[in-house]
Design a protein around this ligand. Structure first.
Ligand code: ZN
Length: 485
């Protein structure tokens, strides 16, 4: 059997769960064979995607005056235990280090599940006066959570590639300003990834352990289940009191700081894979593609050297324009090469053969549409830019329709039944009176859990007058319920 046929694996995105696992393996983004469940090995290709996403996050944090820090992985139990709600939230997920060599440690240490309890004892030393505020920091590190549910690459893991921003402010108003800035950062990063999302204020029973409130950033996968991409937390003084983070104000008095945090992880990679991919493999948004252009020389007898030389020249030119470009010189048939780069989601394939060279043309093949276009070699600069822009528009548009189709309003059980009969399985938007009894009944009846209150782009809680889905009482509270990863 020819090589390319023997390697062909059928990818079928209508069975999303299987497709997701298969495509990650075929595109070689991560290796699951490491002997600890949920601690996967990043391959060079997968890690490069993650690093490009990290660069976008760093760019935004640096531009908004955050300083990058790097705190220790180990946290003493004594520090971890200072904030009661936080301990309750993480107690069952923590990995403990109890021994150093053969000696049992006096104070057990834990692997950070998140870094509040590592950072805040230091913040209490760093913050002295109002001149030290706002203190805006972030780090991109690995964190650890003992996950007991079924793990899934990039989506549910035990070693997490984590971005966490931690800030301190003089007052609640400045902390609120920070939350709005976090939303703006999210917007700019998500644009690079061509990922639309919902901003959702979590219900009180589902907020982050120790937070006053939590805003979840959720996207909708093609399976219509939601995936949390990030979360933004308002702490007020909940941590600054137990950790004693105080500043001397202009009034000469000492005040506790107000704090916020913002977290994201490799789930962004999971969302890119899930939202943009198709039956041929993954499709990478140009800004985070490790290879944006792959050049495939079409070699003909007697003209091999000539084509290769021209292909190498082309590679230099595209590279000089600031793009990440790869020339595939492997001794393989073009069809087999196409197959490989399609699986890996390279946005544009450039084909170059003897006839193209004679005619002064190139063939641009788009991964997202599977279309080919002959372009003039002399228009290389404008054509490369246009190709990148067009792919971003196409991917964002498709992702937007997945999300739009994935959220529907149901005013009553009858309306919901109609949606289910159509086979629709997405996020239900409904009125809710605010009673816990109704919330529990709604979760059971809809077989979904409360995602929370939808927020507008400007961060206002959306309202709309209607009757509670369960009891019919008039209310303008709107909630989202979903099946989530
Ligand atoms: Zn009700």
């Amino acid at each position: 059997m020819p090589e390319e046929e023997s390697r062909k694996v059928v990818l079928d995105r209508s069975d999303f769960g299987t497709w997701y696992n298969d495509v990650i393996e075929l595109a070689n983004l991560s290796d699951k064979r490491y002997p600890i469940k949920g601690m996967n090995v990043w391959t060079p290709y997968g890690w490069k995607i993650m690093r490009l996403i990290d660069s976008a996050i760093r760019r935004e944090c640096d531009a908004t005056g955050h300083g990058e820090v790097n705190f220790p992985l180990l946290i003493p139990k004594t520090e971890f235990q200072k904030e009661a709600d936080h301990i309750k939230g993480f107690d069952s997920e923590v990995y403990w280090v109890t021994h150093g060599g053969l000696d049992e440690l006096d104070v057990p240490l834990l692997l950070r599940p998140t870094s509040e309890t590592a950072m805040y004892p230091m913040f209490s030393l760093w913050v002295r006066s109002h001149n030290d505020l706002p203190l805006k920091t972030y780090q991109i590190v690995n964190t650890f959570r003992y996950e007991t549910k079924m793990t899934r690459s990039f989506i549910r893991v035990r070693e997490i590639h984590f971005f966490e921003a931690h800030t301190c402010h003089a007052d609640a108003e400045d902390a609120e300003r920070q939350i709005r800035e976090d939303c703006a950062i999210m917007d700019r990063v998500a644009r690079d990834l061509c990922l639309p999302y919902l901003l959702v204020k979590r219900p009180d029973w589902d907020k982050f352990a120790g937070a006053v409130y939590t805003i979840g950033v959720d996207t909708v996968m093609p399976s219509m289940r939601t995936l949390q991409l990030g979360s933004i937390h308002q702490y007020h003084e909940n941590f600054s009191r137990p950790y004693d983070i105080k500043y001397e104000g202009a009034d000469g008095e000492h005040h506790h700081v107000h704090q916020t945090t913002y977290g994201m992880s490799e789930r962004l990679v999971g969302a890119i894979v899930g939202v943009h991919g198709d039956d041929k493999g993954i499709i990478l948004p140009p800004k985070v593609a490790p290879i944006q252009f792959v050049i495939i020389p079409i070699l003909a007898k007697g003209k091999t050297e000539m084509v290769l030389e021209e292909a190498r020249r082309l590679k230099e030119e595209v590279s000089a324009m600031g793009y990440r470009v790869h020339l595939d010189e492997r001794d393989q048939r073009p069809g087999s090469k196409h197959y490989d780069w399609e699986i890996k989601g390279v946005p544009i394939r450039i084909e170059l053969g003897p006839r193209d060279i004679e005619a002064g043309t190139l063939v641009f093949a788009r991964r997202d549409l599977s279309t080919k276009r002959t372009v003039s070699r002399s228009d290389l600069r404008s054509e490369t830019r246009r190709a990148m822009d067009d792919i971003e528009v196409e991917l964002s548009g498709r992702a937007r329709s997945i999300l739009d189709n994935g959220v529907r309003f149901a005013g009553s059980p009858e309306e919901y039944r109609k949606l289910s009969h159509e086979g629709w399985d997405g996020v239900v938007k409904a009125n809710w009176c605010g009673e816990m009894g109704c919330a529990e009944s709604m979760e059971r009846a809809l077989d979904r859990t409360f995602l929370g209150y939808p927020l507008s782009d400007s961060g206002e809680v959306e309202t709309s007058p209607g009757g509670c889905y369960e009891c019919g009482s008039p209310t303008d509270k709107i909630v989202l319920l979903s099946r989530s990863y």
